[in-house]
Structure formats: structure tokens, C-alpha cells
Design a protein around this ligand. Structure first.
Ligand SMILES: NC(=O)c1ccc[n+]([C@@H]2O[C@H](COP(=O)([O-])OP(=O)(O)OC[C@H]3O[C@@H](n4cnc5c(N)ncnc54)[C@H](O)[C@@H]3O)[C@@H](O)[C@H]2O)c1
Length: 377
């Protein structure tokens, strides 16, 4: 058995802890070719550092990420910190000679994404960006159907990610609702990478965008009895077109923090003249497929645990968020080891950069109230 890949985490908040969860049950992956262990954690706050003390493999816990980067017992670093810190910390990871699993949006803006991407090329490290939903069985089937060419002429593509907890005006402010820490792109930086992953991998790149951006609540409780400005975009609808098989096809991206009743709904719909496919995490084991014969019909298929990499979980059981997150890590480490064997991979730096080009164009579109060609960015 080869030595495990030693992982360090910078930012032990919500996502840093998900990594501890995924790596702690690595053994559920059946005959997986790479071992992995969480070795070190850095967080500036005491509470998350304390939490990680219960993870048996963790040997290094620090408040200074430079200490983690100086350790020669860490091979790969996952960084999950506020967006204003992505550029400096990601580049420091690359300079330290370690591979990087970056969180989205891969820099606070397009300029930061370009700097990170240049550093990745310069240092020649293995770098990918997080987006886990495409590793669920439903999205994988939609991807395969789109790639098969069996859908006929494409009519439209619609994809989105909807949240609803911000509908509550008493929800306190946090760094994700402020431009200085989340970025001018707001909700696009929060939710957008999850949506573009599959269309971009299919080679469907928007060439033009018309954006509708909304700020719905302008302030939120600051947690100290006062109010603070909530100045990021809450909802974003990007109406785009992509050239697909010689035709210009409408492709709509919806990112919403205020979508009534939608707790964490990621969806993708691809409609063609001969076939179609739809998946939503709202019905997590259901794949909808369209067939046009003498009659037309939508067919519902219950999918089981058909993940990219097999696990000990029974084939008829249904997967959830921790499962697709574990699969994303398996895909990351398999690709790093040259063992992906044709499977769908994690977001590349080039794709992350393209997402920022789209969001930058969307900002300009909304400001100018006109469609913007991606060539203008
Ligand atoms: N893939 C996903 O599904 C998903 C979901 C949510 C968030 N994210 C992304 O993950 C990243 C983190 O989001 P989160 O929800 O985990 O945020 P969070 O606020 O829960 O955690 C961030 C952590 O970073 C720590 N931190 C801040 N500055 C630091 C520094 N200089 N050094 C070390 N630690 C520092 C904070 O103390 C905090 O514990 C963001 O990029 C976000 O967009 C991804």
C-alpha cells in the first residue's frame, strides 16, 4: 500500500470541516488507488482549531498558515477562506511547492483569478477548484446524454443554484454579504462555479451575456444590536448564448440567495429536439429524460448510488451532500495521481478563469443595461 497523500486545510469553517468528514471515511471508497489523510489545519479562530483536535490523524494545528506551508509533511493544501484572502493564500501555497485544492470562486475577481492561474502555471503545481454537485449520479447522466449527441438540435440549457435563507431579514450579516470580503460579483462568486462546471466541460462557453442583478435587502443585523450594509448582489440571472453544433443556443444561469422555499437547490436542464434531460437536487435520486417518438413523454428514473468511484454503500441507496463531496475529493486525488481513467474531473484553473470572465461581463452588462460580448472582457 502506497503512503497516504497528506492534506492540510487552511480555513476550518463550514467547508474545512466537510473535508475532515470526507477524509475521515476514506476507507468507504472501494479499492481506491490513492490513500489520503488530513494532517494539518490552520484557522485564525480558536473555536475551529479546537474542533479539529478530535480528528485523530491531525498532527499540526496552527493559527498561522505559513507554519502549515513550511511543513514537509503536507503534500496538498485545501483552502476555504473568505474570498478577499484567496489570491494571497493560494499563491503562497503554490510558492511553497504544494498542490492546491482551491475553493470557489478562485479569487475575489477576474484580476485575482488571473494572478492565481498565472502562479499555478509558473510553479507547475496540480490545481483544481471545488464544485461537488456534478459528481452526483443525476448530473453525471445528464452530462453523458448531452455528450452523446442523442438530444438532436439543442433548444435551450437552463441551470441554477437557489438558496432561500436570506429571505429572512433578521438573518445576521456575514462576510458573504459584503463586497469587501465576498467580492463585487456577490452571489455569482458564491454559487456560480457550481453551475458552469458541466456546461463549460461540454465546451459550451457563453459568447454574450445579458445580466439581471438584484440587491433585495440592503442591510442586515450586525449581531451587536445595530445594522450593517449588505451590499453584495443577492440574485443574478445571466441570459447567455453559446455556439453549439453550428447554432446559437440560449443558456440561462440562475444564482439566487432569495428563492422562496429553495434550501440548496442545484439544477440542470438540457432540452433538444430529439431528447432532453433534467436533474435537480430537490429530487436527489430522480433523473427525468425526454423522448420524442410518435408520442412525446418525460420518463422518471430512480437512480441509486452510481457514483464515479464505487464505495461500500449499497447500489440502491441514495447519495447526499457528504457523498458527492467525498467523490469530488476522490476525483481530485485520482486525477493528481494520473488515475482518473476518463472520468469527469474537477474544475480546472482555465474553467475557473472563464467563470470570472462571465461574471465580469455580467457586472458590466447590468451596469450598462445591454448585452456584453465575452470578447469585450
Ligand atoms: N464547495 C461548496 O459547496 C462551498 C460551500 C460554501 C462555501 N464554499 C467556499 O469555501 C470558502 C469558505 O467558505 P465557508 O463557508 O467555509 O466559510 P466560513 O466562514 O465557514 O469559514 C472560513 C474560515 O476561514 C477562517 N479564516 C479567515 N481568515 C483566515 C486566515 N487568514 N487563515 C486561516 N483561516 C482563516 C475563518 O476563521 C473561518 O473559520 C469560500 O471560498 C466559499 O465560497 C464552498
Amino acid at each position: 500500500m502506497s503512503a497516504p497523500v497528506r492534506i492540510g486545510v487552511i480555513g476550518g469553517g463550514m467547508m474545512g470541516r466537510e473535508v475532515a468528514s470526507a477524509l475521515s471515511r476514506w476507507f468507504v471508497l472501494d479499492n481506491f488507488p490513492v490513500r489520503a489523510e488530513l494532517m494539518g489545519v490552520c484557522d485564525v479562530a480558536e473555536k475551529p482549531r479546537e474542533w479539529f483536535r478530535q480528528v485523530p490523524t491531525v498532527k499540526l494545528i496552527t493559527a498561522d498558515y505559513r507554519q502549515l506551508l513550511a511543513s514537509n509533511e503536507i503534500d496538498v493544501v485545501y483552502v476555504a477562506v473568505p474570498h478577499d484572502l484567496h489570491e494571497s493564500i493560494y499563491i503562497d501555497v503554490l510558492k511553497s511547492g504544494k498542490d492546491l485544492f482551491a475553493e470557489k470562486p478562485f479569487g475575489i475577481d477576474l484580476q485575482a483569478a488571473r494572478a492565481i492561474s498565472d502562479a499555478a502555471n509558473h510553479h507547475g503545481r496540480f490545481v483544481r477548484c471545488s464544485s461537488e454537485f456534478p459528481f452526483l449520479p443525476g448530473p453525471q447522466r445528464v452530462f453523458q446524454m448531452a455528450r452523446s449527441g442523442r438530444l438532436g438540435r439543442l433548444i435551450e440549457i437552463r441551470t441554477g443554484f437557489h438558496h432561500c435563507s436570506d429571505l429572512d431579514p433578521s438573518k445576521p450579516i456575514n462576510w458573504k454579504r459584503q463586497i469587501k470580503t465576498c467580492g463585487e460579483i456577490g452571489v455569482m462568486g458564491d454559487l456560480g462555479m457550481h453551475m458552469v462546471h458541466i456546461p463549460f466541460r461540454l465546451g459550451w462557453k457563453p459568447k454574450r451575456v445579458y445580466a439581471q442583478l438584484q440587491k433585495i435587502y440592503h442591510e442586515r443585523p450586525d449581531g451587536r444590536g445595530g445594522m450593517a450594509a449588505a451590499d453584495t448582489w443577492d440574485n443574478a440571472m445571466l441570459h447567455t448564448e453559446a455556439d453549439i453544433d453550428g447554432a446559437e443556443v440560449p443558456m440561462r444561469f440562475e444564482m439566487k440567495r432569495l428563492a422562496p422555499g429553495e434550501t440548496n437547490t442545484w439544477f440542470l436542464e438540457i432540452l433538444g429536439t430529439d431528447g432532453g434531460a433534467k436533474f435537480s437536487t430537490k429530487e436527489p435520486k430522480t433523473l427525468w429524460t425526454f423522448t420524442r417518438e410518435k408520442e412525446q413523454f418525460w420518463q422518471r428514473t430512480d437512480l441509486g448510488f452510481q457514483m464515479p468511484f464505487p464505495t461500500i454503500t449499497g447500489g440502491i441507496l441514495e447519495p447526499g451532500f457528504p457523498d458527492c463531496f467525498l467523490q469530488m475529493w476522490a476525483v481530485f486525488l485520482a486525477e493528481r495521481a494520473g488515475k482518473l481513467e476518463g472520468r469527469f474531473g474537477c474544475v480546472t484553473p482555465a474553467e475557473a478563469l472563464q467563470s470570472h470572465e462571465l461574471f465580469a461581463a455580467a457586472l458590466r452588462s447590468h451596469a450598462d443595461k445591454r448585452a456584453i460580448s465575452l470578447g469585450e472582457i
